[in-house]
Every structure is written in structure tokens, then in C-alpha cells.
Design a protein around this ligand. Structure first.
Ligand code: DHB
Ligand code: FE
Length: 281
């Protein structure tokens, strides 16, 4: 059976891709940020997941504002990264697992998550940059990945509570797949940031740190907030952190915290990396 071995979180800053391309990881500006990924990368290297489900938001590459699904699951055997305007070099195609995706789609719909299924999906920085920071950059990616896009761009957005419930449904969908394989859920986005308007640039370190702690130990805590409250505290793009709850919902109630690292500011963002392990392994 498919087994969820753990979950990982990461911010998904576009400039990270440029820093990797230029080999700037040990420059003073980037060093502490990238060093924070090392224990997470080591855990992934040790456990070698077969499939990584990447929960992220599309920023206008695949879905434009005329059509925005609340939740969309990639159901393809290959996903393409293309130029989205950040001067990021397009990466090698990402192998998917359409058969596994369709299984998940069927089981999610059976649990009343009527997701959009996508047989073509272009993946943006929200998907590719965390994978590069965690696994390195590959000409042939050594794992399969499946995009699960959450609308955090055009209101109305799903609530934190809904994202946690999606994660719980996703767990059942994954654990009912008969093939033996190791699955990791990666939740990207956040933490506090706002890229435009009057409160652009404000990062709330205290809130970010509390979110990290609670997402690990008490994820229901975050569901007390409306999206308006989360945006007031964390910024209009800080709402992306709700996607970490999809990852968290897919894990056991009690998880082992393997790694936790926070760095702010980097680009315009408070950046968190966590590795949460399901304790049965
Ligand atoms: C930045 C962060 C994001 O999440 C994003 O989508 C774009 C830019 C930033 O920090 O610059
Ligand atoms: Fe973003």
C-alpha cells in the first residue's frame, strides 16, 4: 500500500530559483536561508520518497484569473515548468503518476472534495523552487511529483479549516492506493508576506513562529482564524500558509518534528522549513 512517510513545508520565493542558478547559496544574503534546508534535504535523501505531492498555489502560469479552481489535481504523467516572467530557466520536465492521481481524484470526490482534474498542468515557482531547494536540480528528477493546486490568489479562497479537511481526505485517498510506495507531502508558500499595497513588506515573525509551532503540534489552532484575519496578520500573500494545513491534515495526529527552521526576511517573505515524520516508520 502507499505509505505517507512525512510532510515537508517550504516557502516558494521566485528569487530562490535565480540564486540556485547563479550558485549564490553560500553568499551572506542567502547562506542562512539555504543552510536551513540542509537537514530537510538529508531526511529526504535518507528516505527517498517515490512520490512527492506538492501542495502549492498557481500564480497565473496555469490558471489565469478568468478561470480559477479552488482545488486542482494534476492527472498527467509529465508536468512542465515554463517561463513565468521571473527570468527563471525552465527546468527538465517533472514525471508524474497519472494512475495514482486518478485514484486520488476518485477517492477525494467520494469524500465530497469535488476537485478539478488537470490532464495538462504547467507548474510555476510555487512548485519547482521548493523541490530544487530540497532535492537539488536534476536533468532527470529521481522521484515522481504530483501538483495539487490551491487557490490562494482570487477570492473567495478556501478556509484554513477546509484545507485541513482536504489533507485528511487526501490521507485516506493515498493510503487506499494498493501499490507499495513512499509518499511525502510538500506544502509550499507563505509565510507572512505581502507584495503590493499599503502594508507591502510587513513580516510578522511572532505570528510565523506560532504558526509553525501550531501546525506541527495543534493544527486546529489555525482554523479559528477567518481568511480576513489571517490576511490582516500575515499579509495578502501570507495566506499561502493555509496550504501547509493540507500537508498537515494528511499526516498522523502525533508527528515527530525532524527539523524546523525559520528565516526572515528573504526576498519579501518570512521563510519556514519543517520536516514532520509519521511515527510508524
Ligand atoms: C515572493 C513570494 C511569493 O510567495 C511569491 O509568490 C512571489 C514572490 C517574494 O518573497 O518575493
Ligand atoms: Fe507565492
Amino acid at each position: 500500500m502507499a505509505k505517507i512517510i512525512g510532510g515537508v513545508t517550504s516557502s516558494h520565493i521566485p528569487a530562490v530559483g535565480n540564486a540556485i542558478d547563479k550558485g549564490l547559496q553560500q553568499e551572506p544574503y542567502w547562506k542562512r536561508f539555504f543552510d536551513g534546508y540542509k537537514p530537510a534535504a538529508a531526511w529526504l535523501e535518507e528516505h527517498k520518497p517515490d512520490v512527492v505531492i506538492v501542495v502549492y498555489n498557481d500564480h497565473g502560469l496555469n490558471f489565469f484569473l478568468d478561470k480559477v479552481p479552488t482545488f486542482a489535481l494534476g492527472c498527467a504523467d509529465t508536468y512542465y515548468h515554463t517561463d513565468e516572467g521571473w527570468a527563471l530557466n525552465p527546468l527538465a520536465p517533472f514525471p508524474g503518476d497519472a494512475q495514482f492521481s486518478w485514484h486520488m481524484a476518485e477517492k477525494l470526490v467520494a469524500q465530497e472534495f469535488d476537485i478539478c482534474t488537470c490532464q495538462e498542468m504547467k507548474v510555476d515557482h510555487g512548485f519547482v523552487n521548493p523541490l530544487r531547494a530540497l532535492f537539488g536540480t536534476h536533468e532527470k528528477w529521481p522521484f515522481k511529483s504530483i501538483p495539487l493546486a490551491v487557490n490562494t490568489v482570487q477570492h473567495p479562497l478556501p478556509t484554513a479549516a477546509r484545507c485541513l479537511k482536504l489533507g485528511r481526505a487526501l490521507r485516506k485517498a493515498i493510503e487506499s492506493y494498493p501499490e507499495d510506495m513512499k509518499v511525502v507531502i510538500l506544502g509550499t508558500g507563505g509565510m507572512s508576506h505581502q507584495l503590493q499595497g499599503e502594508r507591502a513588506g510587513i513580516i510578522d515573525v511572532d505570528f510565523d513562529l506560532e504558526c509553525m509551532e501550531r501546525i506541527a503540534s495543534d493544527p486546529e489552532w489555525m482554523t479559528q482564524f477567518t481568511n480576513g484575519e489571517l490576511i490582516a496578520r500575515a499579509g495578502s500573500e501570507g495566506i499561502e500558509t493555509i496550504m501547509w494545513l493540507v500537508m498537515r491534515g494528511a499526516l498522523q495526529d502525533n508527528v515527530k518534528i525532524i527539523h524546523k527552521h525559520y528565516h526572515a526576511p528573504i526576498s519579501n517573505t518570512g521563510a519556514g522549513v519543517m520536516v514532520l515524520e509519521n511515527t510508524f516508520i
